[in-house]
Design a protein around this ligand. Structure first.
Ligand code: HAS
Ligand code: CU
Length: 555
């Protein structure tokens, strides 16, 4: 059995104006990444006691740099890339354009949001980090800018939902094509998840920064923040999973294992991403142990769809490797096309994510979390997830997406492959430093050069962090060199191009229980019920909250 994952396998041309707006979204994302990577070098070298941040124009404090690094990488880059990429995937899968007006509205909202938040950060009025916990207070434009960035994802969601609704009207009774299903499921999850941050930012922090409310409630804002900010990690990850499920099998010469299993995985993320936020608040007072235990248990649940993913992707890679002549237990792995940068970047991303996932399991374990919470271990964990699994996947996708959108051939394929290896080795070296330093009590979010309590045993960990971060920076610079050379000098591609998409070994059924998988509304309601179970008791007990903290502006 073999079925393609899109509605119109023979081809579909994206209207020119949509191609352009998606290209601008992707450009905005990578422009943000460029700023973030430069800042990242400064952050990593801090651990090696080398201060380059002081040479950055306008950079007043360490926390200003760290805020810029977190916001532009984790919010602007990821949101802009995902809004564009998943709009393209949905449109292609359904073989119909989305609303061009909505897509331009997404882009304009993102630019406004970035400018507003950027203004506050650049002028040193928002050195509150990307978690913006009150009572630390930022300029109102920071909160408004972040709110607009979230709104841009909601407009994208509307464009995707309308696209699927129109398609369903025209194709009654047909299964939603897989590539559209996984894109829409991602936005369904995030639309629900982002409510927490929206309530906190618009309802509490924005009026507080404008002086309309005198006091804040740190625990309530932290809880609303993590309601959204745990699932945000899956909003970062799932676009990479879309590529790993739907495109990588094709690029590796294999096949997707199963259409229904892939849908189950994305539904599990819709159900389980949100009711797990307290695993970031194990050390917060004011939340009962029982509630923390529920979130810990569900966190182990949300680990499961990633294990299924590892199995599915390995299946596709193995088929591809064996088709190229690979033999034996692991011979197929060596036979994969290690000269295709789109594939290489993403396989290395997967390898890094294997370690990122394992460290996540340790974070989630309540008693082990006590040893590593707020230490350098945590940035060690998240650079092996968002900092490499996601970032390298987006880089790998860019290696076909930028040629697709600009109609220019990739320039410097060899350099693109080299770039992936340098970045990958860099992230492993850096994570080795951060992880071992964290186990030894080395703190995160601390300017070590000024810390009076530095331990000699942190020296090696700090040096590895600085060295790894420098390699990542070099890998990043090479990535941008390839990108810019392609945009400026790439040979024009004549004729038709298409998004790479795979065929699936187990096709979607046209009758039976499987049809329920496509009833996204039901799954959405089920997700709301789980959220009520996981957050209801705390909120009932805690609300209306304790608004007693006056604002602080230290930096
Ligand atoms: Fe996490 C903290 C738990 C995944 C990001 N996480 C963070 C923070 C960030 C972050 C940014 O429970 C810090 C926030 C802050 O600033 O304070 N995390 C988890 C768990 C998972 C997990 C259980 N995290 C992610 C992902 C992220 C991310 C994904 C970004 C994209 N994390 C935590 C916890 C904390 C935390 C606690 C709080 C800690 C504290 O105290 O502050 C799981 O979802 C991970 C599941 C992953 C896997 C790996 C599957 C592997 C795959 C690749 C397959 C490879 C192939 C190739 C096919 C099970 C799919 C193989 C080929 C061969 C030949 C071998
Ligand atoms: Cu989390």
């Amino acid at each position: 059995m073999s079925a393609p994952v899109v509605a119109s396998p023979e081809g579909f041309e994206l209207p020119e104006s949509q191609r352009r707006v998606i290209l601008w979204m992707v450009y905005l994302g990578f422009a943000a990444l460029a700023i973030g990577i430069i800042n990242g070098l400064g952050q990593a070298l801090n651990y090696a006691n080398i201060d380059i941040l002081k040479y950055f124009p306008g950079m007043r404090t360490y926390y200003q740099g760290l805020t810029v690094h977190g916001v532009v990488n984790a919010i602007v880059f990821t949101f802009a890339f995902t809004n564009g990429f998943l709009a393209l995937c949905t449109s292609r899968a359904l073989a119909r354009p989305l609303s061009g007006g909505l897509l331009w509205a997404v882009f304009v909202t993102m630019v406004l949001g970035t400018l507003l938040a950027g203004y506050a950060m650049a002028t040193g009025q928002a050195s509150v980090l990307y978690t913006f916990y009150p009572p630390l207070q930022a300029h109102w434009s920071y909160y408004l800018g972040l709110a607009l960035l979230v709104v841009s994802t909601w407009i994208t969601a509307v464009a995707l939902f309308l696209g699927v609704r129109g398609w369903r009207r025209d194709n009654p009774g047909a299964r939603i094509p897989l590539m559209a299903f996984v894109s829409v499921a991602t936005y369904a999850m995030w639309s629900l998840a982002s409510i927490g941050i929206a309530v906190s930012v618009v309802g509490l922090l924005l009026p507080w920064s404008l002086g309309l409310i005198a006091y804040s409630d740190p625990l309530l804002s932290r809880t609303l923040f993590w309601f959204s900010a745990h699932p945000i990690v899956y909003f970062w990850l799932l676009p990479a999973y879309v590529s790993w499920y739907v495109m990588i099998p094709r690029q590796a010469g294999g096949k997707l294992f199963s259409d229904p299993l892939t849908r189950v995985v994305f539904i599990m993320f819709l159900l389980l991403s949100i009711p797990t936020g307290f695993h970031h608040q194990y050390t917060d007072p004011g939340i009962s142990q029982g509630m923390k235990a529920i979130h810990a248990t569900l966190t182990f649940g949300v680990f499961f769809p990633s294990l299924v993913t590892a199995f599915s992707i390995m299946y596709a890679l193995e088929i591809g490797g064996r088709a190229r002549g690979g033999r034996g237990l692991l011979g197929w792995f060596a036979k994969l096309d290690w000269r295709n940068p789109a594939l290489v970047a993403q396989i290395l991303a997967m390898l890094s994510f294997t370690l990122g996932g394992a460290t996540g399991l340790i974070n989630a374990s309540y008693n082990l979390n006590q040893a590593i919470h707020n230490t350098a271990w945590i940035p060690g964990h998240f650079h092996m997830t968002v900092g490499s699994a996601v970032t390298m996947s987006f880089m790998g996708i860019a290696y076909w997406l930028i040629p697709y959108l600009t109609r220019r051939e990739l320039v410097g394929r060899g350099m693109a492959v080299l770039q992936s290896w340098i970045y990958f080795i860099g992230v492993l070296v850096m994570a080795r430093g951060l992880i071992s330093g964290g186990l030894d009590g080395m703190p995160r979010r601390t300017l070590l050069m000024e810390a009076p309590y530095s331990k000699p045993s942190w020296e090696l960990a700090g040096m590895l962090t600085g060295l790894g971060g420098t390699l990542m920076f070099i890998g990043g610079v090479l990535f941008f060199a390839v990108l810019i050379a392609t945009i400026l000098f790439g040979k024009k591609i004549e004729g038709k191009q298409d998004v790479p998409f795979t065929e699936t070994h187990i096709a979607p059924a046209s009758s039976g229980w499987e049809l329920n998988l496509d009833r996204l509304r039901w799954w959405f309601v089920a997700a709301v019920v789980l959220i009520l179970i996981a957050y209801g008791p705390f909120l009932v007990e805690y609300l209306p909250g304790n608004f007693t903290s006056p604002p602080y502006r230290f930096f």
